[in-house]
Design a protein around this ligand. Sequence first.
Ligand code: SF4
Ligand code: SF4
Length: 139
Amino acid sequence: MTEKVRRIVRIKATGDVVRALSRVVEEGLELSILNASVSPDAVAAEIAVQAVDDEHVRNFLRTLREFGIEVEEIEKTLVRDEDRCLHCTACHSVCPTGAIELKGVEVELDDEECIVCGSCTEICPVGALRIASKEGERG
Ligand code: SF4
Ligand code: SF4
């Protein structure tokens, strides 16, 4: 499997966000919006960015800044509580990157493939998955 660079960034914008984000198509990036809040005069969002190399990510972030968008890189990770996990495989079904693998009747998390999109945390019936960051946690 091809290695990809992944970054989580927080953006705040009052400018033309749609025009800036449309550049990702040209630059071959993949974006997952983790959460977003929109008010009449501003947009704030956390986005997982994936690219084939670091240069693509840096170019994208530079593009956003050129459009006057505030960009802050943050560090997040997915944590699984193995004691709580029922191995129901619901998280495996929704994971867009194949980061949750089936090993016999059990699930296993591959950190390298996880883009911290949060889809699995929402579907887990027992709260065994949560997203942790240096600033706090959400699950
Ligand atoms: S959804 Fe939750 S309980 Fe089910 S396999 Fe995934 S982590 Fe375990
Ligand atoms: S947060 Fe969960 S669903 Fe999203 S990529 Fe990581 S393991 Fe997959």
